[in-house]
Design a protein around this ligand. Structure first.
Ligand SMILES: Cc1ncc(COP(=O)(O)O)c(C=O)c1O
Length: 391
């Protein structure tokens, strides 16, 4: 049997060694505390679950959904968008439901990338931008997110010939893994750049609602003229603690949304309708759970960061997202520090290199573990003398 090149080319699992160590420690009965995956520990709000209970009993929901999503879900998304960003979206033409933003991001590559094309992809970045590109036969062209630029992708540094060849520009703010945010001015520059080179701008806004200290993330759709060249991906996963239910939506330029819809109709049959009903409830109902969830992450952020700083790690508190992006101590690589943290303290952080080569020198701590475990981890870290990096 020969597997297709796209499968053969998948990068090796970077954290195989760390995963092996975690399994070994757990087998010995050691309690490993993980700041690894960004998957909310807080449950879905009760009123959303109640809606699922009722929706599950309706025979109409037992049948195939429509790929573009229930009209009522798309209307709810449009109303939410209008309230949140003061942007009017046409629920018929400018919104498509998604089986989570990940599904939309992955399939979007099939809309814009032909074999041999290049996609501009942030490094470090959510891996699906580059893997999706590769699955479509294209090549990711990595654009480094540098600390000195506030982890904003430097549009002016994109070489002219690359800009002319590119078929898509990926952006993601609030950013995974760096926690960086972009201003509306920055997003406006990205739209102008996309128009100058006729390159679709795809903005992944999966973390738009997880923000601290009064910060409100902008949408690229607030940029005048964004609908000419941009599409944005939204997710209910982090906003309403719904990662397990798989629901999001794409919105923006109608031809781009329609292309994604056409790809999807040929590959999936849409989001289960009962789950879309949960989305209708989440988007239209009380938004209190968002503030409550943010308060929890903020508490964890504000406990963890001073402890990391005491240890000598350089960290800027994120204004949004679920992540604390910390520079590893002098002399360490990302993987080296993550391994030492695991060996000595049984604590898991994700090496920055898991998100691309420019993630070297950083580790990512996700805030999605229980307060009890955060406190246990902090107690372990207190007074830790980090050993010198092995040469
Ligand atoms: C940047 C980014 N986009 C999209 C997703 C996926 O979101 P969803 O759960 O809606 O598929 C994630 C999940 O971690 C993410 O980090």
């Amino acid at each position: 049997m020969r597997l297709a090149k796209r499968v053969q080319q998948l990068p090796p699992y970077l954290f195989a060694e760390i995963s092996r160590k975690i399994a070994e420690k757990r087998a010995k009965g050691e309690e490993v505390i993980s700041f690894g995956i960004g998957d909310p520990d807080v449950p879905t709000p009760p009123h959303v679950i109640e809606r699922l209970r009722a929706a599950a009993l309706k025979p109409a929901n037992h049948r195939y959904p429509e790929t573009e999503g229930l009209p009522e879900f798309r209307k709810s998304a449009a109303n939410w968008f209008k309230k949140r960003f003061n942007v009017q979206l046409d629920p018929e033409k400018e919104i498509c439901s998604l089986i989570g933003a990940k599904e939309g991001v992955g399939h979007a590559a099939l809309c814009f990338i032909d074999p041999g094309d290049i996609a501009l992809v942030p490094d470090p970045g959510y891996p699906v931008y580059s893997i999706g590109t590769m699955f479509a036969g294209g090549t990711p062209y990595y654009l480094p997110l540098k600390e000195e630029n506030g982890f904003l992708l430097d549009l002016d540094a994109i070489p002219e010939d690359v800009a002319r060849k590119a078929k898509v520009l990926w952006l993601n703010y609030p950013n995974n893994p760096t926690g960086a945010v972009a201003t509306l001015d920055y997003l406006a520059k990205a739209v102008a750049w996309g128009k100058r080179y006729d390159v679709p701008v795809l903005h992944d806004a999966a973390y738009s609602e997880i923000a601290y200290d009064g910060y409100k993330s902008p949408s690229i759709m607030q940029v005048p003229g964004a609908k000419d060249i941009a599409m944005e991906f939204h997710s209910l996963s982090k906003t309403y603690n719904m990662t397990g239910w798989r629901l999001g939506f794409a919105c923006g330029n109608r031809d781009m949304v329609n292309a994604l819809y056409r790809v999807k109709t040929n590959l999936d049959s849409g989001v289960p309708q009962a789950v879309q009903e949960m989305g209708i409830e989440a988007l239209n109902g009380s938004q209190q759970s968002i503030a409550d969830t943010i308060a929890i992450y903020k508490r964890r952020r504000d406990k963890l960061i001073p402890e990391l700083q005491h240890l000598g790690l350089r960290v800027t508190p994120p204004r949004a997202s679920l992540y604390v992006w910390a520079r590893v101590p002098e002399g360490y690589t990302s993987a080296g520090f993550a391994t030492t943290l695991l060996d000595e303290k049984a604590i898991v952080a994700t090496p920055g290199t898991g998100f691309g080569p420019a993630g070297e020198g950083f580790v990512r701590f996700s805030l999605t573990l229980s307060d009890e475990n955060v406190d246990k981890a902090l107690a372990r870290l207190k007074g830790w003398k980090i050993p010198p990096a092995k040469k």
